[in-house]
Structure formats: structure tokens, C-alpha cells
Design a protein around this ligand. Structure first.
Ligand code: FAD
Length: 298
């Protein structure tokens, strides 16, 4: 099938893109086109106008500041995957990026497109939920900041308005001191070009990596594709604090994840299997993060 006919604009400024979104109710932004084109070709969506934002270079950046990291919406997966400075601050996002499909998708796909799409299996929604990130969005009415916790509302349903553009996302650095934090993104998938069956993103900070038995100071976790939005079990994670990360503690987390998981059946993975794997990958991500924190590797 081919998409239905549409108008096409390629503005040179964010302001011009926002004007077009405001003017044309049925306009859709076009970023890396690694999802939209497929959706349109299958006629699951037939926007009357595409607003191509690939000329908006000001939206492609990675800004590592003392207190937070900010990433522009047009930053490609490939850029994040290869960003050594970001990897040194926190491994999680580059590790999430490098596991997205193959090079062709990663060369074009963007942070903003992935967050806007809000697929529950998407790597960045899961990673940003674990990091406690924020979205910075703009429209002709001005700017606003949306905490990730308020952004994902339901299955591919978000707090983003029709006339809004995601300009960037950010996450705080303070909870993740480089010398004693570790993070990891792990996923189960059938092949390189497929979306994950389940995934998990975690970040753990320990009190003293040099001690014989480092204690967990903070632990963060989000599980992907275990429901309509990234799954969090924050209350259970609090119980890990001040303790070493034992197998018993990890099993408690796995149980909480399995209890709260509400995934949809898929052709290659039924609901029960996904629930079981959600618990397993939650454990793997926390263990890997803890081991990295103890090794002084973020
Ligand atoms: C074969 C294949 C495998 C894939 N596997 C994975 C995977 O394992 N994990 C994963 O996370 N992703 C996966 N993806 C999806 C990929 O990451 C896409 O790049 C991403 O989901 C969409 O980003 P995009 O830049 O291509 O957006 P587009 O396709 O251009 O747009 C997607 C949607 O986002 C909107 N949008 C885009 N940018 C903005 C913005 N700045 N503000 C507001 N709205 C915006 C568009 O209007 C559109 O509705 C896969 C894709 C393919 C084709």
C-alpha cells in the first residue's frame, strides 16, 4: 500500500514549524521517518500535511552540564550510541540507543520521534522513566516542561498536545554520581531488527564501591513493554536502600514487577511469558547496574 496524498513543508526554524502545526490541525511532524512512513504506508494514519523538521539543526545536540544532561529531540540514535562523553556520565542511554534495530534505523531515528511515539516497547521511554527525566516542549503558546512520570498516560497516549513539538529531554545528574553509580539497559528480543519483547532500564548508586559489601543507596528501574506505559515499582525499590543487593532482594523486585505487569499478548510472546520475562529482565538490569556501580563503572 502507499500513503494517501499529503502536503509537505520543510521549515527552516522551530518558529515556522510551530506556526504550521498551529495552522494545520491535521499536520504531523516528520523526524527520522522510521515509524511514521510505515504507519502512513499501512494507512494507520493519513495526515494531510507533513512538517519535516530535519533542517532544524538547533534541535540536534547533547549538552552535558554539571547538574543535568539535555538531549535535543533531533538527536539520532546513532549519535547517542557513539557519544563517549555521555557514556562516561551514565551508560544507560547510549546502551539503550545501540540496541535499537540496525544501523539504518539508528542513523535516522531520533530521540524526539521515539518519545512522541511512546511505544511501550520503545527503548527511550523506558530509559527516561528510569532516569526520572523531563520533556521540554514548545508551541506557539510558549514552552512547558513535562516530567516523564506525567507524560506517558496510556498505550501510545501521552500528555503532548497536537500543536506541540518536543524540543528536548533532560535528566538530572545528582542521583547518579559517576564514581559510585552504575546503569544498564537490557532487553529480550527475537532478532536485531525487531522491537524488544520486554526490556528493563536501571540505575543503581552504592554507598562505597571500595567496601567488601557495597550497600545500595538508591535504585531506579523501569520495565518496557510490560504494560501500556513503562512499568515502575518504586515502593519495592525503596526497600533495597541501605542493603546489599542480594538474590532475595532481587526476587522481591521481580515479584513486584510480575504482580504489576499487564502486557498484551503478541504473536511471538504470550502474556504469561512476557510477565515472567519482565521480572527476569528487571533483575538482570539491576544486577548489572549494581555490578557496574561496585566496579566504579557507571
Ligand atoms: C525495523 C525497525 C525496528 C525498530 N526497533 C526499535 C527498537 O527496538 N526500539 C525502539 O525504541 N525503537 C525501534 N524502532 C523505532 C525507531 O526507534 C524510530 O526511530 C522511532 O520510534 C521514531 O523516531 P523517528 O525519528 O523515526 O520519528 P518519525 O517516524 O519521524 O515520527 C514518529 C512520530 O513522532 C512524531 N514526532 C517526531 N518528532 C517529534 C517531535 N520532536 N515532537 C513531537 N512529535 C514528534 C511524528 O509526528 C510521528 O507521529 C524501530 C523501527 C524500525 C523501522
Amino acid at each position: 500500500m502507499k500513503p494517501t496524498q499529503f502536503e509537505y513543508d520543510r521549515p527552516d526554524s522551530v518558529e515556522a514549524a510551530l506556526e504550521l502545526l498551529e495552522e494545520h490541525f491535521d499536520a504531523e511532524l516528520l523526524a527520522g521517518n522510521q515509524s511514521l512512513g510505515i504507519i502512513m504506508a499501512n494507512r494507520f494514519a493519513s495526515p494531510e500535511r507533513l512538517v519535516d523538521i530535519n533542517r532544524l539543526d538547533e534541535l540536534a545536540f547533547v549538552d552535558i552540564r554539571a547538574d543535568e544532561v539535555e538531549i535535543g529531540a533531533m538527536t539520532r540514535h546513532r549519535t547517542l550510541e557513539r557519544h563517549d562523553d555521555l557514556r562516561e556520565v551514565l551508560e544507560l542511554l547510549p546502551e539503550a540507543a545501540e540496541q535499537i534495530a540496525g544501523p539504518a534505523v539508528r542513523n535516522r531515528g531520533t530521540m524526539g520521534g521515539s518519545i512522541a511515539e511512546a511505544d511501550p516497547a520503545g527503548n527511550y521511554p523506558t530509559a527516561l522513566s528510569a532516569l526520572g527525566g523531563e520533556l521540554h516542549v514548545v508551541s506557539v503558546d510558549g514552552e512547558r516542561t513535562i516530567p516523564v512520570d506525567d507524560y506517558f498516560i496510556g498505550y501510545m497516549f501521552t500528555d503532548l498536545e497536537e500543536n506541540e513539538l518536543i524540543a528536548s529531554v533532560s535528566f538530572p545528574r545528582e542521583p547518579f554520581p559517576v564514581e559510585r553509580s552504575g546503569s544498564a539497559f537490557v532487553e529480550l528480543k527475537r532478532g536485531a531488527q525487531t522491537w524488544p519483547t520486554v526490556s528493563a532500564a536501571a540505575a543503581v548508586t552504592v554507598d562505597d564501591p571500595a567496601s567488601d559489601d557495597p550497600l545500595v543507596e538508591t535504585a531506579r528501574l523501569a520495565v518496557g513493554n510490560a504494560g501500556g506505559i513503562p512499568l515502575r515499582v518504586d515502593d519495592t525499590l525503596e526497600a533495597l536502600e541501605g542493603e546489599p543487593l542480594t538474590d532475595g532482594a532481587l526476587e522481591t523486585v521481580a515479584e513486584a514487577v510480575r504482580d504489576d505487569a499487564d502486557p498484551a499478548d503478541e504473536m511471538h510472546a504470550d502474556r504469561e511469558y512476557k510477565i515472567e520475562m519482565a521480572g527476569e529482565y528487571a533483575v538482570r538490569s539491576l544486577r548489572k547496574s549494581y555490578d557496574r556501580a561496585c566496579a566504579g563503572r557507571n
